[in-house]
Design a protein around this ligand. Structure first.
Ligand code: NOJ
Length: 505
């Protein structure tokens, strides 16, 4: 259960560190940056897919689950990365993509070769073009017609990502073996992709129309995905994956769902995910009362014994500093790292990275997620320390002034704030494990108590505000010397300022 006190750092390997001169990050690059990751003070890295892939969805289209894509290196590089991580006390969590493969996976090549193929029913083939009204997450019909065999196959995402049929025991067996392969190589856990999607209605009922949708009918949101996501039987697949992952390894699951559906993914004792990702902060209004109400709804929906978790950013979402704006980025970091539960930090958010403008000719992602995937700026030099000067990075960089080296040298930087927050959290039982209780919920300030004696007060506005909390300031978002200040009659917070206090001190 190391993850209860742990903090997970998401590394998108394409964008972390290039060592072989192709402008694409690689596994050696991640291994070489382990001292930085350890100094930051996180406990685990989650590596997004680095497996063999045609990269139509940048690794979420896998053509060999047990091979490293040559653009990222080799299996030996992977072993060296795990060794480097473990030497630094960092756990390694891999992405597991059960829902679909690449259309170039040998399983799918066999499946599409003929209706008689032994692998035909490893994927979802049906008569009709299209067999029903289902829409793909990235837009357009979720069915692709195959002229040669006269049937359509289902794909929740791109046509190049055919969905596996998890109702087929052979598919289950083959996919669970992938987990065993990586466990044997020493990994510490898995983040399971698209967990809600793994089973679809076998009778292919049409999804109902979404009455609130305004855009074209080809958009995913035009329908309510009642028969393609979150079927009750998905919990059986969750349990099968959990029984393979076990109790010592972490099982995080990607679940985008309303809170009451989300918490079902904790499952019965020993049968669910340890941490079904809680993305609700990403989509919530950024105001003190709205955040307080979200925290309370989530906390009270958690089943007995379930450990919470919080996410503010990942490789699919606009950067948190862009979403909340520069005036709130520090408050956001303090919130994420002081809530009850395991936080996930998206690489670069510790620097306050923002979405990077990508000119049309350099857009590569089919779903428009390039701005949040811009490479890590290690320095302000050409190549940003990510790749050699003169090498074209796979995505453009942002403003040169935002970089890790500059922030290393600045004791008040976002990076410094993250290190301080993470160190404090590590040393504080209140912050790491203590109960959550709202003290003040808006309109300007959100304040809460953690455990028995730690208060957090956050000014969610761009104007000064007073928080009715007491104690001694341990840390503020501005890092400008308020530590040690005693607060009795209300804490005056500057715009976008947050503070952690030791109560009763
Ligand atoms: C969720 C992943 O985070 C995203 O990047 C990917 O495109 C889809 N699942 C499909 O695998």
């Amino acid at each position: 259960m190391w993850w209860r006190r742990g903090v997970v750092y998401e590394v998108y390997p394409r964008s972390f560190q290039d060592t072989d001169g192709d402008g694409v990050g690689d596994l050696r690059g991640v291994a070489g940056r382990m001292p930085y990751i350890a100094d930051l003070g996180v406990d685990a890295i989650w590596l997004t897919p680095f497996f063999a892939s045609p990269m139509r969805d940048f690794g979420y289209d896998i053509s060999d689950h047990c091979a490293v894509d040559p653009s990222f290196g080799t299996l030996e590089d992977f072993d060296a990365l795990v060794a480097a991580a473990h030497d630094h006390g960092i756990k390694v969590v891999l992405d597991f993509v059960p829902n679909h493969t690449s259309d170039l996976h040998p399983w799918f090549e066999a499946s599409r070769s003929s209706r008689e193929s032994a692998k035909r029913d490893w994927y979802i083939w049906r008569d009709g073009n299209p067999p029903n009204n289902w829409v793909a997450v990235f837009g357009g019909p979720a069915w692709e017609w195959d002229e040669a065999t006269g049937q359509s196959y289902y794909h929740a995402y791109l046509p190049e990502q055919p969905d596996l049929d998890w109702r087929n025991p052979e598919v289950r067996g083959a996919m669970l073996a992938v987990l065993r392969f990586w466990k044997a190589r020493g990994v510490d856990g898995f983040r399971v992709d698209a967990m809600r999607q793994v089973l679809k209605d076998p009778s292919l009922r049409d999804n109902p129309r979404n009455p609130e949708h305004r855009g074209p009918a080809s958009e995913y949101a035009s329908l309510i995905p009642e028969f393609t996501t979150d079927l009750d039987e998905v919990q059986e697949v969750v349990a099968a994956i959990r029984s393979e992952i076990g109790d010592e390894h972490l099982f995080m699951a990607e679940v985008t769902a309303p809170i009451e559906r989300l918490v079902r993914y904790y499952g019965a004792e020993g049968e669910g995910a340890h941490l079904p990702f809680n993305f609700h902060l990403i989509f919530n209004d950024w105001s003190a009362d709205a955040i307080a109400s979200l925290i309370e709804r989530y906390e009270s929906a958690l089943p007995e014994g379930a450990w919470p978790n919080w996410v503010l950013g990942n490789h699919d979402q606009s950067r948190v500093a862009s979403r909340v704006g520069p005036g709130q980025a520090r408050v956001a970091a303090m919130l994420l790292l002081t809530l009850r539960g395991t936080p996930t930090i998206y690489f670069g958010d510790e620097l306050g990275m923002v979405d990077v403008e990508v000119p049309p000719e350099r857009v590569v992602d089919p779903a428009g997620r390039d701005p949040e995937r811009s490479p890590m700026p290690w320095t302000g030099e050409p190549g940003r320390g990510f790749c050699a000067a003169g090498v074209e990075p796979w995505l453009p960089f942002g403003d040169a002034s935002l970089n890790a080296a500059a922030q290393e040298a600045d004791p008040r930087s976002m990076l410094a704030l993250h290190r301080r927050l993470l160190a404090l959290r590590r040393d504080s039982d209140d912050l790491a494990e203590g109960a959550y209780a709202t003290l003040v919920a808006g309109p300007e300030v959100l304040a809460y108590r953690r455990g028995t004696g730690t208060a957090v007060a956050l000014n969610l506005t761009g104007a000064p505000a007073v928080a009715p909390v007491r104690g001694e300031i341990v840390l503020t978002t501005e890092l400008d010397g308020r530590e040690g200040e005693r607060v009795d009659g209300g804490l005056a917070l500057r715009p976008g300022e947050g503070a952690i206090l030791r109560e009763g001190a």
